[in-house]
Design a protein. Structure first.
Length: 217
């Protein structure tokens, strides 16, 4: 309706409210062509919504393409890395590697290595653990063992060559630290029941501080 005072509204748009301009005419929008909605990076866009990755921008065509659902979780590489690091508490380091190694839930030494059973730890370098024997047979009696569960020396393979060498090196270093290297010491690893093995987890006894006899008995 038009009066002497000018436009007052009415008719179809009689509410007097201002009509919304099309997207291309809004302030800050490009004045030419069709307004294109900016696509956020996939991970930030989908994970912020708590959903799965549904679409992504193809690197070649720059077009959005569908992504497969993966059991309700985002399938992007960044999210897979984040989930992986969350499970392992950071980058995949020594603790993660040891967790993936062979262990035996019923093994006493595996429980000690996992800190589920208390023990007096002398050395722990990640590969090899050294603890004091709870029933010492000499002034110095230390057990040197691998974190990986190997039943006995009879179960060592070519893959354990470096590990076995590390066990002997650690035993040598501990003998030096304990002050028994100069006088001499004994290294012995029992194999099987007839050999006197009481825990089915490879370990080397380091004994010193007294005169050893032969045969051991």
């Amino acid at each position: 309706m038009v009066t002497a005072a000018g436009y007052t509204g009415g008719g179809v748009c009689g509410s007097g409210r201002r009509r919304r301009r099309p997207p291309a005419q809004r302030r800050g929008a490009p004045s030419h062509g069709t307004h294109r909605r900016r696509v956020a990076p996939l991970c930030r866009r989908t994970c912020a919504r708590g959903g799965v990755g549904r679409r992504r921008r193809d690197a070649t065509t720059r077009a959005c393409v569908d992504l497969p659902r993966a059991r309700g979780r985002c399938t992007t590489a960044a999210c897979r890395i984040a989930r992986h690091r969350g499970r392992h508490g950071g980058r995949r380091g020594s603790s993660a590697r040891y967790a993936a190694r062979a262990v035996n839930d019923d093994c006493l030494f595996c429980k000690i290595a996992a800190h589920h059973v208390p023990a007096t730890i002398v050395r722990d370098d990640g590969d090899v653990l050294a603890i004091r024997d709870i029933n010492p047979q000499a002034p110095t009696h230390i057990l040197v063992l691998p974190r990986e569960h190997v039943e006995s020396a009879a179960h060592l393979t070519a893959e354990h060559e470096r590990l076995w060498g590390r066990i002997l090196t650690v035993a040598q270093e501990i003998a030096r630290d304990e002050g028994i290297e100069a006088a001499g010491y004994r290294l012995v690893s029992n194999v099987g029941r007839a050999g006197g093995q009481t825990v089915a987890h490879l370990h080397v006894h380091l004994l010193g501080g007294r005169q050893m006899t032969w045969p051991p008995g």
